[in-house]
Design a protein around this ligand. Structure first.
Ligand SMILES: [Zn+2]
Ligand SMILES: [Zn+2]
Length: 511
């Protein structure tokens, strides 16, 4: 969802994806039609959330049934909201209306006002904000009736649920993290291209822009604690143990931080390519749910991403992909021009939509594959993080020496990683190795949802094999290394081959 949302938001900002209003539609008609269309998912969400809150108030015992239905709502209705927003832009010409209304005069011409492109995806974000109000009521009711919260008093999920303001703040921050940087840069880029096109075309400005983008990518983790409202880990045995494990694995980062979500998320992540701007983040629910050995495994998983250089790899992959796809697009254009084929004026929007759709497919297929290979390596490193020198050990006690730097893998280490994933999956309600064979459709859905990580059940199954045969760890690491190297090499060869056909200055321009 976030990557799809990012791509669609960027698409909405671009002048190439402005669809004309239907024939005979005035700007007012278009605005009213957009309002009505957006009201539908908002109303559906409000009704569903009100039903959750009311049913639970009347009959708290109905919680399991209500929770199951609410999960369905939480999964499906955001897609409907997104669809309504896309429909308003494509069907009712919403961006066309904005482009015709929010204009300023500059040098005798009427131009779209600075940053007015931000109004184009605005209906979606407004609808989202209204939906959050409903979700807050539903989630608070679910939280108040939750059994697990009552049984484990020191569980952070038991803490008071968010107030409405706190909940909205939490959701906005979570969205601002992936969207803020790209949307801000795109809007700035568009505004400058509109008001200072000659200046933007200078090679020095373009190179400077590229350097600034890389610097932003490297430096932005510094802003993350502020954006997400992260806190230092509270002092205590958990913090001491995590720091000791990090020292044993020789992984360097600025800090381990706590993400207070009031029990809404069970997650850990690592951000930042350089140690000076690198954070490992654990949510409150994860810290409260996992055993110390499982937390070590999760920290080991995040350390694995660092140790194997995955963040650098993603950066290199994304940059090479950008160049490759741009060259591919230029080559395609040349081929069409050579055949004197021109896009009819009515379909000019395809110039914006096709490359964007191609980027989406490329990310989903190729980046998805790369990301899953990296997740597997990280899982193996998570197993190494809690391993002793004996591969076929039966169990560990407090006196068992653990290997340094993650250079070893034993059964207990693999079992701990498996247990950690299982517990995370169970708490977050992911799919798990089922009692009955999942249908093809369910399997496809699980893969679609987990395209970056792979479904939990597959990861757990792999770790079972790893616990059976710890030597599988080295073999799978070597295979992942070869795959990553092969992918980067293939991209470089592809770029080299395309550069024989296309003009580089053309490509630099399109970037
Ligand atoms: Zn990971
Ligand atoms: Zn062991």
């Amino acid at each position: 969802m976030p990557i799809l949302l990012i791509l669609l938001t960027i698409a909405a900002l671009l002048p190439t994806s402005r669809f004309a209003r239907p024939d005979g539609f005035t700007r007012l008609d278009s605005a009213v039609a957009t309002l009505v269309t957006m009201a539908v998912p908002v109303l559906l969400t409000a009704l569903a959330c009100r039903w959750v809150a009311r049913t639970l108030a009347r009959d708290p015992a109905a919680r399991p049934r209500v929770a199951l239905r609410y999960r369905w709502v939480r999964r499906r209705l955001p897609g409907v909201t997104l669809l309504a927003a896309v429909g308003s832009i494509v069907g009712w010409g919403w961006s066309d209306t904005v482009a015709a209304t929010a204009v300023v005069e500059s040098g005798g011409r009427w131009l779209l006002a600075p940053f007015a492109e931000l109004l184009m995806p605005l209906p979606y974000f407004l609808a989202l904000a209204v939906n959050w109000v409903g979700h807050h009521a539903a989630e608070r009711a679910l939280h108040a009736t939750s059994e697990a919260a009552r049984q484990t008093p020191d569980d952070p999920a038991e803490a008071e649920f968010w107030t409405l303001a706190g909940y909205l703040n939490f959701q906005v921050r979570q969205l601002a993290l992936p969207l803020g940087l790209v949307v801000g840069v795109t809007a700035l880029n568009q505004t400058l291209a509109r008001f200072a096109p000659e200046w933007m075309a200078l090679p020095a400005v373009q190179l400077g822009g590229l350097a600034a983008a890389v610097a932003a990518f490297i430096g932005f983790p510094r802003l993350v604690p502020l954006v997400l409202g992260l806190e230092p880990l509270p002092p205590g045995p958990t913090r001491d143990r995590l720091h000791a494990t990090a020292a044993r694995l020789r992984v360097r980062f600025t800090r381990i931080l706590l993400w207070p979500t009031r029990g809404l998320m069970v997650n850990a992540l690592v951000l930042g390519v350089i140690p000076q701007a690198r954070y490992v983040v654990f949510t409150d629910r994860l810290l409260g749910t996992l055993t110390p050995a499982e937390l070590d495994a999760v920290l080991g998983h995040e350390a694995g991403h660092v140790k194997h250089g995955h963040l650098w790899l993603y950066l290199a992959f994304l940059m090479l992909s950008t160049v490759f796809l741009a060259a591919l697009g230029a080559a395609g254009e040349q081929a069409l021009e050579a055949r004197h084929w021109r896009l009819p004026a009515d379909y000019a929007w395809a110039l914006g939509v096709v490359p964007l759709a191609a980027t989406g497919v490329w990310l989903f297929v190729v980046f998805g594959w790369l990301s899953r290979a990296c997740e597997r390596q990280a899982d193996v490193f998570g197993a190494r993080a809690g391993s002793c020198p004996d591969p076929y050990c039966l169990a560990h006690d407090a006196a068992t020496p653990l290997v340094e730097r993650g250079r070893g893998l034993c059964r207990t280490g693999a079992t701990n990683m498996m247990a950690a994933l299982d517990r995370v999956g169970e708490t977050a309600g992911h799919d798990r190795p089922g009692r009955h064979r999942p249908t093809l459709r369910r399997r496809a859905q699980a893969w679609l949802r987990a395209w970056q990580h792979g479904p939990m059940s597959y990861r757990i199954e792999f770790l079972m094999h790893l616990a059976d045969d710890p030597s599988l760890g080295d073999r799978s690491d070597r295979a992942a290394f070869r795959a990553k190297l092969g992918l980067l090499a293939a991209l470089l060869v592809g770029i080299g081959a395309l550069s024989l056909i296309v003009d580089w200055s053309d490509i630099a321009h399109s970037l």
